[in-house]
Write a protein that binds this ligand. Structure first.
Ligand code: PDD
Length: 284
């Protein structure tokens, strides 16, 4: 079955779907995006994702190209035309097409690109494998709260991680604090047993999975503290994991070659993986 992508009002074969060479997303990374997990054909946490998209668009003064309702319809149509049961949908809105100039005309029509990708349904067994993480300096800008397609520092850090056989790079700012992963939020269970993830501010993306995992932790009786933590604290932690719409809850057993806890996936990560996978099947 051919893959179908949505581009500016048209459903096109994936391999022939493209945008204009003067699209500002292509030339200036002047655009925003979302990645939403699909579980059994349903979009997981669609409303918070659309709310964050709304915020990202607002921060960049990009208007909604279609109504939010119509947007939700197109997302579901792309999933259905591609018959994706489990996987993710990628959606991008850029400021639009204009002759190259740093300043932009105010009346541009934003461009939309949407496509879906199927993956195997995640299971407790596959989700519970422990992974390696490395650290990298956080060289990004001061508006990481906006989900823009300007991702080069994250690409560079993730490539170093991949070259070293690690699944993710956690980014460390000039104060020695872990901000987040290149494409995920960072969590630890401290030596004292406290579940910690960084507070949301302009230096990290407010992850939707992060929000849901915080809620699930609370329901499971696990207290979560939102505060900054150092790389050193992470290396001495009992448990560490990352969260994102594609990685879900991804446990780490090594940071920069240092074993985390006893080197096995810990009980809190296990519990949260289980609860998150259940939640994906029955999102509330
Ligand atoms: N990335 N932090 C960053 C920098 C991210 O890029 C992401 C997600 C997250 C987690 O956000 P969420 O839980 O809403 O997915 C945190 C997506 C998956 C990506 O770029 O592919």
């Amino acid at each position: 079955m051919p893959r179908i992508a949505y581009v500016n009002g048209r459903y096109l074969p994936h391999n022939r779907a493209g945008v204009h060479i003067e699209d500002r997303g292509f030339q200036f990374a002047d655009g925003v995006y979302e990645v939403i997990a699909i579980s059994e054909g349903n979009l997981v946490d669609i409303e918070p994702h659309l709310e964050r998209l709304n915020r990202s668009l607002g921060e960049l003064n990009i208007p909604w190209p279609v109504s939010r309702r119509a947007f939700g319809f197109i997302l579901r149509e792309v999933i259905s035309r591609n018959r994706v049961s489990n996987g993710s949908v990628y959606l991008q809105i850029t400021r639009g097409v204009a002759p190259r100039d740093f300043a932009y005309p105010k009346d541009l029509k934003p461009s939309i690109v949407i496509y879906a990708r199927g993956t195997a349904k995640p299971s407790i067994e596959t989700a519970s494998n422990g992974h390696k993480i490395i650290s990298q300096p956080d060289i990004r800008w001061k508006r990481c709260d906006i989900k823009t397609v300007s991702l080069l520092p994250a690409v560079m850090a993730k490539q170093i991680a991949a070259d070293e056989g690690a699944i993710e790079a956690w980014l460390v700012n000039e104060e020695g604090m872990v901000t987040e992963g290149t494409s995920s939020n960072a969590w630890i269970v401290t030596a004292e047993g406290e579940l910690v993830t960084r507070q949301t501010d302009n230096l990290i993306l407010s992850g939707i999975t992060r929000q849901t995992v915080m809620k699930l932790a609370k329901e499971a009786g696990v207290k979560c503290v939102e505060r900054s933590f150092t790389l050193e604290e992470a290396k001495q932690a009992k448990e560490a994991f990352s969260t994102s719409s594609t990685a879900l809850v991804k446990p780490a057993v090594e940071i920069d070659g240092v074993q985390i806890g006893d080197g096995k996936v810990g009980p809190i990560a296990r519990k949260l993986i289980e609860h998150y996978l259940n939640y994906m099947d029955n999102p509330s």
